[in-house]
Design a protein around this ligand. Structure first.
Ligand code: ARG
Length: 488
């Protein structure tokens, strides 16, 4: 009978029950972290005089061997990786020694620590992936400060803009996603160890020491909270969902833009598929899957929220069911970001088509109304009325037509109030429209150039943040390694 059940329980579980109960499959993701957590815990136990140096040393070498053997050697019939490792350790070092590893802890604080450690590095990696995506988008934007295209509202031509401006909209969104991931990282990187089952322990442990050896920023302040909460998971997955929502919008636009109707871009062949029956087809399957993975990620978040909601304190086994959703969505997000980066980097942009489209749909109507206001002094709503009436006719707006409308409407010609032919031509020119919109955040090339230049510093800051996160984690793992090495 296994080392866990032999005391309290007498019946063995059959395969179906074991399969239903076990987290061994998902625990592959936390195997390495678990060894780290075990090592840090055991070193701390020795330093606090809770176990002997001899036992500590034997346990550390046993863990070393288990790490080398890998998770596949572990008995899959155990409930989870924690107990499987402990069982293997007892096999290797004997119960007199190996049986001391689990002093002053529970799997409840252990599993939370393992998930937090693994997730921490996933989040740092994700930040880097998004940073790469942002810098690729910014590079493409920098090639297109002057590339005019129609901007849309309601998927209808609205006003002229540039491709740089459009791409930089995504940059702004993804930069916020990076900040959200960073926030999630900060609240993930906290130490639950020492909470034990929930009530902490009567052994004189040092939580500060395991915090130091595992590179956590600090300890979770309440031991009941420490084992009960998965809010760090929810927050991380919330940041994924936000990111995927942004990514799905990008996917959708790439799909639309590569259709014959838009014909703004051509995706690289590597990011395209074809049809098994229609030989001419070039399909944006990668972008479509990216769009679909968003559903997977949102669904995973919803699952975890629903699993965690209304759970009575403290630990409940329900929490185990949440973890696979975390890993599944982490993988979906990471791969989607990579695909997006590659698609953007390699897509062909059809400048002429973009320009031509920007002239369709009277996209300079807003500027025409604004110009009328500025040259004649009439209220914007009146100018809006006049230009709207011209738009309704579907004809190109001539000064004589505008005059006739304004005469009808207000008894005065716009040309008598100061609107010139020249001002009209200027207002109708999409590229002049863009140049005039040099307001902070606007599409004017000077403004998008300023934005792309400022971005370099921002991205450097993000890279430094990621560097620092990794350096802290690496420094801790060197410290832990050293503590293990120095055992006699
Ligand atoms: N596999 C479990 C999980 O993922 C580990 C903690 C088990 N704790 C317990 N009290 N049964 O949550």
């Amino acid at each position: 009978m296994d080392i866990l059940r032999r005391g309290r329980l007498s019946e063995e579980q059959d395969e179906a029950i074991k399969n239903f109960t076990s987290s061994m499959e998902a625990d592959k993701r936390i195997f390495d972290a678990d060894i780290e957590v075990d090592r840090a815990h055991v070193i701390m136990l020795k330093e606090q005089g809770i176990i002997s140096e001899h036992d500590c040393s034997a346990i550390i070498s046993g863990l070393e061997k288990i790490k080398k053997e890998g998770i596949s050697v572990l008995d899959p019939s155990y409930e989870d990786v924690h107990i499987a490792i402990e069982a293997r350790l007892i096999e290797l070092a004997g119960e007199e020694t190996g049986g001391r590893m689990h002093s002053a802890r529970s799997r409840n604080d252990e599993v939370a620590a393992c998930i937090r450690l693994s997730l921490r590095s996933e989040l740092a990696n994700l930040m880097q992936e998004v940073e790469t995506l942002v810098s690729t988008i910014a590079d493409r934007a920098a090639e297109h400060h002057e590339t005019i295209m129609p901007g849309y509202t309601h998927t209808q031509h609205a006003q002229p803009t540039t491709l740089a401006h459009h791409l930089l909209a995504y940059v702004s969104a993804f930069l916020r996603d990076i900040e959200r991931i960073k926030g999630a990282y900060e609240r993930t990187n906290l130490n639950p160890l020492g909470a034990a089952a929930f009530a902490s322990t009567g052994f004189p442990i040092s939580r500060k020491r395991t915090t130091e050896l595992l590179g956590f920023e600090s300890e979770l302040g309440n031991s009941m909270d420490a084992v009960s909460t998965r809010d760090f998971m929810i927050e991380s997955m919330g940041s994924y969902s936000n990111l995927m929502t942004n990514l799905a919008r990008l996917a959708e636009e790439l799909i639309l833009w590569s259709s014959s109707e838009f014909d703004f871009i051509e995706l690289d062949d590597r990011y395209s598929s074809t049809s098994s029956i229609m030989p001419q087809k070039k399909n944006p399957d990668i972008a479509e899957l990216m769009r679909a993975k968003t559903g997977t990620v949102h669904g995973a978040l919803m699952s975890v929220l629903t699993i965690c909601k209304a759970l009575p304190y403290s630990y409940n086994r329900d929490l185990q069911e949440a973890t696979p959703h975390l890993w599944r969505s982490t993988d979906a997000v990471r791969s989607s970001i990579r695909m997006a980066e590659g698609m953007i980097r390699t897509m062909k942009i059809k400048k002429e088509r973009l320009k031509k489209a920007s002239g369709i749909g009277f996209t300079s109507a807003t500027e025409l109304a604004d110009t009328i206001v500025r040259t004649t002094g009439i209220p914007f709503r009146t100018a809006h009325h006049i230009v709207g009436s011209i738009a309704k006719t579907g004809k190109a707006p001539l000064l004589s037509d505008l005059d006739r409308l304004s005469l009808d409407l207000m008894g005065e010609k716009l040309s008598d109030k100061g609107l010139s032919e020249e001002a009209l031509i200027h207002a109708l020119d999409p590229s002049e429209n863009i140049k005039m919109r040099n307001i902070l955040g606007g599409p004017a090339p000077e403004e998008t150039e300023r934005r792309t230049a400022a971005l370099n510093k921002e991205l450097e800051g993000i890279r430094n943040d990621i560097d620092l996160m990794r350096k802290k984690a690496d420094a801790a793992s060197r410290k832990l390694e050293k503590a293990c090495q120095s055992l006699s």
